[in-house]
Design a binder for this molecule. Structure first.
Ligand SMILES: O=C(O)[C@H](O)[C@@H](O)[C@H](O)[C@H](O)COP(=O)(O)O
Length: 251
């Protein structure tokens, strides 16, 4: 029986990094076109870590018209935009240099000159304003996962952040992974997305991939990602998927 009785789940396992990037390109192309036909725009949330380089490669390969796209941050480190730890800065350095047609202004950045609490509140207000809705529905959220099962800045040591029901973006003041101060999307916003795609690579993730996608171990924040009306996809390389007993998890 599927571990996801209530939502559509798609698994894509790639044998090589090139194949993984192709898988990422394919899903982005489909979801971007669908969103553009529906809304005249494509609103996607991105994460940091290895995704920065993988997404850059996927978009370079696609060569799509991205002028109507808007990029948001599923989480962001609370540091200035030009700081080495800034996720925006990682995209600026690695992606925007290779894709000059994407403008910096297409990224909705956190205002890290505000106090941390206000920065999170302000990002939520911006989201609601841009979407024109109190319950924004992202076209696509691209998520990473740490070997501890964290996603966005939702960490296993901080279950209270998973219990948030009202706020869509919250401050994190003592992240177990440095830097300690961050803002992050919460479950009500994440699970309201049309498409949620995890991109997970490497043998260090194989145990958590099984615990999250087969066992739905709720000790791990990534197991709480369950779209209400949308779809969930895992794009993994063979090393990360090695412990899965089935490559055909479907519902
Ligand atoms: O702000 C952060 O610390 C990162 O964004 C982090 O949350 C990352 O997304 C995961 O740790 C997965 O990273 P990798 O894909 O590089 O393992």
């Amino acid at each position: 029986m599927s571990a996801y009785p209530d939502c559509a789940f798609h698994l894509r396992v790639a044998e090589t990094e090139d194949e993984l990037v192709q898988n990422l390109s394919q899903v982005i192309k489909v979801y971007a076109e669908t969103a553009f036909h529906r809304n005249g725009t494509f609103r996607l949330g991105v994460s940091g870590g290895s995704l920065v380089q993988l997404l850059t490669r996927a978009l370079v390969a696609l060569q799509l018209d991205t002028s109507a796209w808007k990029f948001f941050f599923c989480d962001e480190r609370y540091v200035p935009h030009d700081h080495n730890d800034s996720t925006f800065n990682a995209y600026k350095t690695h992606m925007l240099t290779k894709l000059p047609s994407i403008l910096e202004s297409q990224f909705v950045k956190a205002n890290t000159s505000l106090p941390l609490d206000k920065c999170a509140q302000d990002y939520e207000t911006e989201l609601k304003r841009i979407f024109g809705s109190a319950s924004p529905e992202f076209d696509l959220l691209l998520l990473g996962m740490g070997p501890d099962g964290h996603t966005c800045s939702l960490f296993p040591e901080q279950p209270e952040s998973l219990a948030e029901k009202q706020r869509l973006v919250i401050p994190i003041s003592d992240s177990p992974k440095p830097p300690p101060q961050r803002i992050t999307f919460t479950l009500p916003l994440l699970n309201n997305a049309r498409q949620l795609v995890f991109v997970v690579t490497g043998a260090s993730k194989s145990a958590v991939v099984k615990r999250v996608f087969e066992e739905r171990d709720k000790e791990l924040p990534s197991s709480w990602i369950e779209p209400v009306n949308g779809e969930l996809t895992l794009i993994a390389d063979a090393a990360a998927a090695a412990s899965l007993t089935s490559r055909q998890i479907k519902c």
